[in-house]
Design a protein around this ligand. Structure first.
Ligand code: NAD
Length: 501
């Protein structure tokens, strides 16, 4: 793998758009370096899609949807294509995991065991789901039959983030295609490698123009895409500020959207919890994926009776996390995505100290490696829920711990947040877990389990964590228009207007 990495840094890959069934060859208006965050070397040159290329991609999708075979494809035909994409991903799993790791800095063990299998599973899940998903029929009104059916929405703009590039973007692509749409995909300009490779390995599976790719920065390519009159909806995963800007742009055209945004999820550990499980899970929820997870449970609340023991054990384990080259076996924490993200970690560590938090471990740029955007996994004990480290999404290996005494108090604090993505609860008391689950203002509550996404259920956020849900029915709502058809089953008794007395 090191050999392959060296080769790529000597001959960086070229990232181009994919429009109407082929990679584009237009001369680039802008070239952007795509960097391996562990080596700080260029691994690819991204040719940014201009507004003109975006226009061509949307027209290709529009044409494929309005006039091509995909909009009329049977469920069996769509299933066949989705399963072929699933198989293609698995057939290239090792290569995709490698590309994801050299592009994101996320340890290979995680891209190999979580990201890539999940990307493939998304396609299988939706292939199976559409065989069962249907509409509704109402016959309560005598003489009438009311049918509710779900039709493809049209052309979907699918915009992904950099923290799980293929896994999260594949979720959108699989959902959009399953329900019969065409799409234009825009991965993050920081992490385009695996999504581009996906387009290569599925060549020939879909009719041309059904799936298109544009690459580039948000204010250039992203803005051109979301403001294009030819798209019917935007499914976006990314930051809350970006989501809000996209929503403002969509308002002009009254376009639909689904927004999977940021989080600051509370992880509540009651004294009766299974201590070892809660500890393992707190580490995982804060430091998996280099801590760069929307559903990170890194705002940790510990009940006072076990606080000292828990904080000691947690700090020791954080201090022992293995930082290193993400391609290397055994690495638990790789580099941050870029130097800006590393500086952001440092700023939060400083802001924590200036607002009265205690540094338990980490807090500095990692100096053990000559290259790479590494930051020490960090834990701080916060003086209150009001400080920035407990309020703002940090998006890195950074846990903020608070101590609590009462159930009502901790639920209120957990809900004191602009976000509402996930709530984690650790307790052996069934009734308390049920009370907490209903009191937490979050799209998902996880009881006695760390991060898990079950595609049969909806995933999404309350408050500023988003709009809409991804997963089975949620994706159906996102990627379809609901149509009502009402049919008279017998002649109706109608007022005879204008027919005289
Ligand atoms: P980001 O908002 O900076 O970028 C996301 C995508 O939007 C990128 O492709 C970017 O190029 C594009 N973009 C930026 N400005 C745009 C604009 N004006 N118009 C159109 N597109 C634009 O987010 P990020 O830094 O890539 O990802 C991190 C964020 O994503 C975090 O806040 C994280 O919580 C969130 N996230 C949420 C979920 C979820 O399911 N809720 C999952 C993963 C990440």
């Amino acid at each position: 793998m090191q050999t392959r990495r060296n080769e790529i840094s000597r001959h960086p890959l070229v990232i181009r758009g994919y429009v109407g069934g082929r990679f584009t060859d237009a001369s680039p208006t802008e070239e952007i370096a795509v960097i391996d965050p562990a080596t700080e070397q260029r691994v690819a040159t991204l040719y940014e899609s201009s507004a003109e290329e975006v226009d061509r991609a949307v027209i290709a999708a529009r044409t494929a949807f309005d006039r091509g075979p995909w909009g009329r494809a049977t469920v069996a035909e769509r299933q066949k294509a989705l399963l072929a994409i699933h198989d293609a991903i698995l057939a290239h799993a090792e290569e995709l995991a490698f590309l994801e790791t050299i592009n994101t800095g996320i340890p290979l063990s995680q891209t190999r065991n979580v990201h890539i299998p999940r990307a493939a599973y998304n396609f299988r899940f939706f292939a199976e789901y559409i065989n069962q998903a249907g509409g509704e029929v109402f016959t309560q009104e005598p003489g009438l039959m009311s049918l509710v059916t779900y039709e493809p929405i049209g052309v979907c703009a699918l915009i992904g983030p950099w923290n799980m590039p293929l896994g999260l973007t594949a979720m959108k692509i699989a959902g959009a295609l399953a329900f019969g749409n065409a799409c234009v995909v825009k991965p993050s300009e920081l992490t385009p490698l695996t999504v581009t490779r996906l387009f290569e390995i599925i060549e020939g599976i879909l009719p041309e123009g059904v799936m298109n790719l544009v690459n580039g920065r948000g204010p250039v390519t992203g803005t051109a895409l979301v403001s294009h009159p030819g798209i019917d909806m935007v499914s976006f995963t990314g930051g809350t500020v970006t989501g809000s800007a996209i929503l403002a742009s969509l308002a002009k055209g009254i376009k639909g959207s689904a927004m999977e945004l940021g989080g600051k999820s509370a992880n509540i550990v009651f004294a009766d919890a299974d201590f070892d499980q809660a500890l393992d899970a707190a580490l995982m929820s804060s430091f998996m994926n280099n801590g760069q997870m929307c559903l990170a449970g890194s705002r940790i609340f510990i009940e006072r009776k076990i606080a000292e023991r828990f904080i000691d054990a947690f700090s020791r384990r954080v201090g022992a996390l293995k930082i290193g080259d993400p391609l290397q076996e055994g690495t638990e924490i790789g580099p941050m995505i870029n130097s800006a993200q590393r500086e952001r970690m440092a700023r939060y560590a400083e802001s924590g100290l200036s607002e009265g938090a205690t540094l338990l471990c980490g807090g500095h740029r990692f100096s053990g490696l000559a290259t790479g955007y590494y930051f020490e996994p960090t834990a701080m004990l916060a003086p209150s829920n009001d400080v920035a480290i407990c309020r703002e999404e940090i998006f890195g290996p950074f846990a903020a711990i608070q101590v609590f005494d009462e159930e009502d108090e901790v639920i209120a604090k957990a809900n004191e947040s602009d976000f509402g993505l996930v709530g984690y609860v650790w307790t052996q008391d069934l009734q308390r877990s049920m009370r907490a689950a209903s009191a937490l203002r979050t799209g998902t509550v996880l009881v006695n389990t760390p991060i898990i996404r079950d595609l049969r259920t909806g995933f999404g956020g309350y408050k500023q964590s988003g709009l809409g849900r991804e997963g089975a029915k949620g994706s159906q709502a996102m990627f379809t228009e609901m149509k009502t058809t009402i049919i008279a089953r017998a002649p109706r008794t109608l007022p005879r207007m204008g027919a005289g007395a």
